[in-house]
Design a binder for this molecule. Sequence first.
Ligand code: ADP
Ligand code: MG
Length: 699
Amino acid sequence: MNTNILEREVQYLKGVGPKRADAWADAHGVRTVHDMLHFYPRRYLDRSTTTGVGDLHEGEAATVMGTVRACDVVPGKSNKRFELILEDAEGQRMKGVWFQGLWWIRNTFEVGERVALHGTVQKYGRWFSMTHPDFDRLSDEAAALDTGRIVALYPGGQAMEAVGLTSRSIRRIIYRFFQEHGLKLGEQLPDWMTEQYGLMEGRVALRAIHFPKSQDERAQAVQRLKFEELFYIQLLLAITRHERQDIAGPTFDPPGPLTTQFATEVLPFELTDAQKRAVREIVADTQTGIQMNRLVQGDVGSGKTVVAVLAILQAYDSGYQSAFMAPTEILAEQHAASLGEYLEPLDLQPTLLTGSQSKTEREAALESVAQGETPVAVGTHALIQEAVEFDRLGLAVVDEQHRFGVMQRAEMFEKGDRPHMLLMTATPIPRSLAMTLYGDLDVSQIDEMPAGRKPVTTVMRREKQRGDVYAFIRERLQAGEQAYVVYPLVEESEKLDLKDAESGYATLQAQFPDFTVGLVHGRMGADDKDATMRAFKTGEIDILVSTTVIEVGVDVPGATVMLIEHAERFGLSQLHQLRGRVGRSDKQSYCILMAGYKQSAEAKQRLAAMTRTTDGFEISEEDLRIRGAGDFFGTRQSGMPELQLADITEDTDVLETARNAATALITRDPELSDDAHIALRTYFDKYYAGQSMGFLRVG
Ligand code: ADP
Ligand code: MG
């Protein structure tokens, strides 16, 4: 297949030239033929997608096609406007109205020409109208449409129009390209794959998305192109999974004496079914001789730590040590403390490594790890990976690692012996997204809470209820409990943000003179922050005011109230994470969302979801639905390319098919792996560098 043709710059195509090429690149990133072919229409016009004036309904979106009968600037009550009278095929009329850009719009239309208006229908008196409708001039589409064709309309904009890149000229350019070069476009998927999954041939799909012969053909083209978007990601993941099958890991024994003793004598409660399942999966993984790569996913408080402890004991029973890595020092300390509690009855001790230890302490700690005395070393990722030599490392537990993408994950512990990897995250994500973000991992979901937990009571309050809110907090404080008060991070202005939190801090001090109020914010040094967090943990501080820097996972069981100011400004997952800071004891906890009166539709949905459910998985599904997958983690950071057509939440069938196809390809042709992996990495590297990806032949 001829890749050159796809990498050719559009400026050399007939009908383009440097000026248009510049505008196209600036406005829509179209530089190469590949970009152009994937510059998809934003809308299609045909008889079935347009509405006659007689069938319009107020408040609904519609597309009306017709002839311009009159158009001019008319004086209005307060300012001038531009009005266009459109007459449809039945002779019925409606108006398009513009209040802005009059000088430009008045030169746009001509009486007698064919135009399509797209917008929300309003009704004034007997007139249907659209304000600032999207429009397309159909000068030469008219004939085509009259003969029943489907016409593609492209994203435009003033800069595009200025150089004559209208839907019409774009169609021409692409049409000519297909006339001249269409046959040079190869099929990049193997035949068996297109056959087995009923996919339209690649070049047919590309042609059909620009020039569909029917709505059915268009739908098939979309299906094929969606498949492709998802397939390459799935292939990268499948290859990673496949290659891992050859990576040896330590072989653990079946659960031995310590594990059994712990489970039967030490553990003060029975594991939930979900915990048992996770443990079984880990036990199975670690006995195969292949490196384990397992993600344990469970909401805050679902009991992931115990699962990790059992894995650590199984390793130790088998003669291996473990590393336990946390994102921050304070979390490392907290983990060391809770591991210590679990292990003590077995006469075992975790070894904590921190940056603040004295030289002698540090050396003693490192020594005990190197000698193989300690079952588990606990510290930050950086510290463990840089400084620590293990006698016999068999298991690495990584807490809260969702900040890493697929690529970075592959590189952890690549040097030296490969310990089993047990990743833990409290950020539940929907299955469809997990398949993509964590598709290279095996996943254990802890989707069940230990019995007897009291869900956090969540309410929304308004400014006028502030007095009641404070009275409620006072009650809780008097009962010996503690409260968080959180202010949002205003990204554009850290200063403003701080001002908010600082004035809140002052207010609370004035309101609660008999209690101790503390403040943490992003501009504090790590030591000061740590000291304040610690004082809150020990109960010296009653109310902790903070910007959103409260460390994920810091455990303050005495805190039962979470007051979130300007709750409408937070993302849903973030609100849920914040709520997870309370409800960590057998006391009833409360999350109070202080919401402003002005709320976007999305903010309303987020707050409604928070008061409706405390289930992290439900929250994450909702979050994904509200925000769309692209925004969920910030795509680039999450290691997932932006998708043009596919929607991870909607297109789960295609996603599943793409995943199956990728797995099937690797199974059929394991040889593919090396070359394809390099090719795929290059492909994604290009993507991350913001370059055109080009086609990739994988079969
Ligand atoms: P996570 O790390 O998932 O947030 P933890 O492992 O810290 O959760 O567990 C939260 C609390 O629940 C701990 O106090 C732990 O002892 C307790 N716990 C864990 N599993 C169970 C269980 N099956 N039954 C009762 N309590 C449990
Ligand atoms: Mg935890």
